[in-house]
Design a protein around this ligand. Structure first.
Ligand code: GUN
Ligand code: ZN
Length: 431
């Protein structure tokens, strides 16, 4: 039976990309608005009174003056790093060897993987994230555990088996052949099932031999509708290492490009220290760059050039990068993006920040036609924000003279307490 229901409140709506022109012309807050939901979709948006009159039998959930925004889209995360988030004192390569790889080793046990996957989805839902693009570990069971949870919770997700065949400890390495075979089998089983998409996932070029990168490129060529996710130019030490490992490569990006791993459905996490050639090629191919601001400060990586890259016309998403990132919250992630842009001389407007965390990330994942905005025909994933969730936020929001000034304290100071409700696939998620 089809259930039709109405959700009423204040809605954040985008009519355009706020980075493309005046943010105030691209985004607006509609009061006394309503969404008619049916079969997991938003089938109509309008004025609350009119939709109530037109659908007198539809049950109504009224959120009053609370702000309804699209569900947050985290474009780069590592769910296996949930239990080791906030590990102290290391930069990227040591952080991987000392904290990350030992934790990822535990995912050889499918029961451990299932437990962390469940915990990760509980935490992300509590923080208002309805879609994420996650790395798993080298173990196929880690992918099974992630997708099984997503399926139970009816979430739109992207993930893939992380492939590594060198520079990782015994027990955390596959081979070029097994990475190809396992990825292909997982892709065949899960890609397009319910709301699940598979991403081909070479971790980064230091942990893949040229043979493995070539195998990943071949798999992507066989499945061009899949996303491909990896890391690019996060720290200067890492870039120097890549130069040693691939002496023939023109730059870091070339280690992917040479093996068919550069394309419009490619997602390149971090992308901080880019050469002019890399910027040109990434833009020409329409590749997605993923900004991971809490990670970039936490691991000491550098300051992403949001303003310059947006001006050049790059496709950019926003992400927590848990557990290199120090938070599960996309609100906290927006705050960090704001602070990093400030250090580079640009104040991002609240509409731009919210766009990055929703429609922008959805576009980076090539899902901008179905999630990330509150629009007729879109999937009904949304978050109800309490803009006065703590005394500190409430007293600042009370002084606001317009909706953007009212929202900004929640962006800068909000956490899971600001998430009043989360709706996934047209139903309120239990949290
Ligand atoms: N580069 C390669 N692997 C990782 C990872 O797990 N986290 C981060 N932040 N960078 C990486
Ligand atoms: Zn990452």
């Amino acid at each position: 039976m089809t259930t039709t229901r109405l959700v009423t409140g204040r809605l954040l709506r985008f009519s355009a990309d706020p980075f493309a022109g005046d943010p105030l012309a691209a985004a607006r807050v509609e009061t006394d608005a309503a969404m008619l939901l049916q079969d997991g979709h938003i089938v109509q948006i309008g004025q609350a009174g009119q939709l109530r009159a037109a659908h007198p039998d539809a049950p109504v959930t009224d959120y009053g003056t609370r702000l309804i925004v699209p569900g947050f889209v985290d474009a780069h995360a590592h769910y296996p790093q949930t239990a080791m988030i906030a590990s102290w004192g290391k930069r990227l390569i040591d952080w991987l060897n000392i904290y990350t790889f030992p934790e990822e080793m535990r995912f050889a046990d499918p029961a451990y993987a299932a437990g962390i996957a469940s915990r990760y989805f509980d935490l992300t839902a509590a923080h208002g994230t309805t879609t994420m693009c996650s790395f798993c570990t080298i173990h196929p069971a880690s992918v099974e555990a992630f997708f099984a949870q997503a399926q139970t919770r009816r979430q739109r997700v992207v993930a893939g088996k992380t492939c590594m065949d060198r520079n990782a400890p015994e027990g955390l390495r596959d081979t070029a052949q097994s990475a190809y075979d396992d990825s292909k089998a997982l892709l065949g089983r899960w890609h397009g099932t319910d709301r699940i998409s598979y991403a081909i996932t070479p971790r980064f070029s230091p942990t893949s031999t040229p043979d493995q990168l070539e195998a990943m490129g071949a798999l992507w060529a066989e499945h061009p509708d899949c996303l491909m996710q990896t890391h690019l130019s996060e720290q200067t030490d890492e870039i120097a290492w890549v130069r040693d490992l691939f002496p023939q490569a023109r730059d870091y990006l070339d280690t992917y490009e040479a093996f068919g791993l550069l394309g419009g459905r490619g997602l390149y996490g971090h992308a901080i220290h880019l050469e002019p050639r890399e910027r040109d090629r990434l833009r020409e191919t329409g590749a997605g760059l993923v900004h991971c601001p809490t990670s970039n400060t936490f691991i000491g990586s550098g300051l992403f050039d949001m303003d310059g890259l947006m001006r050049e016309g790059h496709r950019i998403g926003l992400a927590t990068d848990t557990g290199g990132g120090s938070s599960f919250s996309m609100l906290r992630t927006m705050a960090a993006a704001y602070e990093i842009a400030q250090l580079r001389g640009r104040a991002l407007h609240p509409a731009e920040l919210l766009w990055l965390a929703t429609a922008g990330s959805a576009q980076a994942l090539h899902m901008g036609d179905r999630i990330g905005r509150l629009e007729q025909g879109f999937e009904a994933d949304f978050v109800v924000l309490d803009l006065a969730s703590t005394p500190a936020i409430a007293q600042r929001a009370a002084r606001a003279e317009d909706p953007w000034e009212e929202i900004f304290p929640t962006i800068m100071m909000g956490d899971d307490r600001a998430i009043h409700a989360v709706w996934i696939d047209g139903e309120e998620a239990t949290r």
